[in-house]
Ligand binder design. Sequence first.
Ligand SMILES: NC(=O)c1ccc[n+]([C@@H]2O[C@H](COP(=O)([O-])OP(=O)(O)OC[C@H]3O[C@@H](n4cnc5c(N)ncnc54)[C@H](OP(=O)(O)O)[C@@H]3O)[C@@H](O)[C@H]2O)c1
Length: 281
Amino acid sequence: MNNNPAVPMMTLNNGVAIPQVGLGVYEAAEGAEVEAAVHAAFEAGYRLIDTAAIYGNEAGVGKAVKDSGLPREEIFITTKLWNANHAYDDALRAFDESMSRLDCGYIDLYLIHWPLPMDGKFPEAWRAMEKLYNDKRVRAIGVSNFKNHHLDELLKSTATVPAVNQIELHPMLQDKETRVYCAERGIAIESYSPLMRAGEALEHPVIAEISRQHGKTPAQAILRWHVQSDLIVIPKSVKPERIRENLDLFDFELSETEMQAIEGMDEGRRIGADPDTASFK
Ligand SMILES: NC(=O)c1ccc[n+]([C@@H]2O[C@H](COP(=O)([O-])OP(=O)(O)OC[C@H]3O[C@@H](n4cnc5c(N)ncnc54)[C@H](OP(=O)(O)O)[C@@H]3O)[C@@H](O)[C@H]2O)c1
């Protein structure tokens, strides 16, 4: 069923192992579309699925997990707490709602989706995450879209260092500042929108040349750069051939010069919302 060499595992700061490459399901429609994407991913050898309450497709992810027949412990499920639910009781209730949709026993990684709204509630949400962790309902807890000043604020209020910070990261937005901060504190970085949402990075001449040299696609060249940069990476696709393509990364290696050429593409260019200015609730 899976012809790919094993996906490397990374170890989070609490000892939990996470596959380095996973499937993102943002904008995969609830029901048949997301279920087919998750099945194609399992078939290709993925074991990490990244969803969120706000994606509206947790039930489909959960159904595909059950229907796959794979042992639950072989699968790594991430979901996220939405911004409206940062108050302590709201966070616990939102978690229960995610769990009833996913119906998968426990969550492997639960993330605070954004450090928003900016009314200072995320440390309260974090206390709820700590309870879920202590109650063994989640195997690891982390954050998403946290800049260094958000992490400073969080770490003032807790001794529990997030296991992960999931942030927008691709060749045109390399965010060295957050990566250095997190590396110093043992927080793993997970790259979201790793292909820049099929944006300009895929067409860039540096990527075109590297992919040509290796007989790989532009997406594979970019995803290989994430892997060799020690990032966890969760490309999204609902197309089976692209899902396979995005995991077929382990039969080639970028040279130091190629890694540096991609590093030279950084323009600090964000395609998603900036956590400091995002206005959604
Ligand atoms: N924490 C957060 O706030 C946050 C924010 C955004 C995303 N995320 C997570 O990160 C995941 C990935 O990010 P993303 O969905 O924003 O963007 P992405 O993975 O960079 O790009 C997805 C887009 O690229 C296309 N694509 C996928 N593989 C391709 C390939 N090999 N060649 C050409 N095009 C390809 C997809 O289309 P098709 O589906 O049609 O193939 C889709 O339009 C999300 O699904 C979600 O799980 C998290």
